[in-house]
Ligand binder design. Structure first.
Ligand code: DWN
Length: 395
């Protein structure tokens, strides 16, 4: 029998991407209790309290996938691979954001679905076919009428954001051609557990998938995974290549390898999740003591990258503007606003870290390499970073 086990309580949290302007900062924020569950039957990890898509993904959405070179490079490489190995005639992207993936394809062969109209507009301006709607059966039917079947469907960091997975996959089933390929890219559960990145849990990440959980859902729609790529993107993601069961493409070794890895780690057992909870609680204590130590020495700390993920960390660890002076971020829609719940000012990134800064809390830790490369000057003058994964530490 299916039983959801609540294994992690990350306390009261605001909506992760809901950055506050000056007047909102003074008002009481909407908060919810962030509890993470494991379903011992279908092996799916999900958050308990969810919000409607409209509340989370609307015309005020601040996230832009183009903000990191790492992401742009990853999309470009994947597009090259798709053209070479799959050679599709028609591509559909679900959650096309500001077009960072689609821009690698011909406008006449691609369609992007992006419900956040402010972001969708950016891609439309570049003359791509984009539709500002939520992915569901109704939309799939309309698209089928207008464009016909697609032989390649891609979705990065989006499927895990949609509550009704049955609707997601039955809609895919509607528009995917007989020999079509569906590629999903999302944070990897095993990496999240291994790296103690509990900040992968927030209201937008309704699910954090494993191979074990995803294959169970796909089976219902006669879909199966034939290849898995482990990526370093976003602190460890999986790229799942999916086909119809009737399609005779060979199942690659990477699938068996992933299954073995997940079973060996115990992703199918509740005890694994209880152990993770203990590590998360330890991680909180350690991070708080690092901040306390830096403050006791009167050091100036700022944040780098006001990420959705850092909303979870800051609120869970009660770190606010008394500890972190301000954040810097390249995203225009976040600048001059305040972090949700913790009300730390977000300033425009002006190329470099100010001379008076002693410590930088890395909110965008998933782009550590890219940021360290950019901030050589700061590192050279002895500037330090505070990072929470895999263990909170100063580097
Ligand atoms: O799934 C999701 C992921 C893909 O993106 C969404 N639910 C929301 C969002 O999550 P996030 O905010 O945790 O994503 P990122 O990509 O880790 O955010 C990076 C942030 O850091 C952006 O605000 C841009 C900023 N940044 C910066 O200021 N300088 C990033 C880099 C690389 C930089 O050099």
């Amino acid at each position: 029998m299916s039983k959801k086990i609540e294994f992690l309580d990350l306390g009261q949290q605001p909506l992760a991407n809901y950055y506050l302007n000056k007047s909102q900062k003074k008002k009481k924020e909407r908060k919810y209790r962030l509890i993470v569950c494991f379903d011992n039957q279908n092996k799916l990890v999900s958050i308990k309290k969810t919000f409607s898509s409209k509340m989370m993904f609307n015309n005020k959405y601040p996230y832009r996938s183009s903000m990191s070179k790492t992401m742009q490079r990853s999309f470009k490489e994947l597009a090259k691979h798709i053209k070479l190995k799959i050679n599709p005639k028609k591509i559909l992207e679900i959650g096309s954001n500001d077009g960072s993936f689609l821009k690698n394809f011909n406008k006449s062969m691609s369609v992007g679905i992006e419900p956040c109209a402010n972001v969708e507009k950016i891609t439309k301006k570049k003359k791509f076919n984009t539709i500002p709607k939520y992915w569901n059966t109704k939309l799939a039917r309309d698209i089928l009428k207008k464009y016909g079947y697609f032989d390649l469907i891609y979705s990065a960091n989006t499927i895990s954001h949609i509550k009704n997975l049955n609707d997601v996959f039955s809609s895919i089933d509607l528009v995917l051609s007989k020999t079509g390929i569906f590629i999903i890219e999302d944070p990897s559960l095993i990496e999240c557990l291994k790296r103690n990145t509990y900040d992968q849990f927030y209201n937008e990440h309704i699910y954090v998938f494993s191979y074990l959980s995803l294959r169970n859902i796909l089976k219902k729609y006669n879909l199966e995974i034939y290849k898995i790529e482990n990526l370093d993107i976003h602190g460890g993601s999986n790229r799942y290549f999916i086909k119809r069961m009737k399609n005779k493409i060979k199942i690659e070794k990477s699938v068996i390898k992933q299954k073995r890895k997940e079973m060996k780690y115990g992703l199918n057992k509740k005890n694994t999740y209880y152990k993770f909870r203990k590590r998360v609680e330890e991680s909180k204590k350690r991070l708080v003591s690092i901040f306390n130590y830096c403050k006791s020495k009167n050091k100036k700390i700022i944040g780098y990258g006001a990420t959705a993920k850092s909303t979870t960390i800051l609120n869970y660890c009660n770190i606010n503007d008394q500890t972190i002076d301000y954040f810097i971020d390249t995203t225009k829609d976040k600048q001059n606003k305040y972090t949700p719940g913790t009300k730390i000012k977000i300033k425009k990134y002006k190329g470099g870290i100010n001379k008076d800064v002693d410590y930088v809390f890395l909110g965008a830790w998933n782009f550590k390499k890219e940021i360290f490369k950019k901030e050589k000057k700061y590192i050279k003058r002895g500037g330090k970073f505070i990072i929470h994964t895999p263990l909170p530490r100063i580097i």
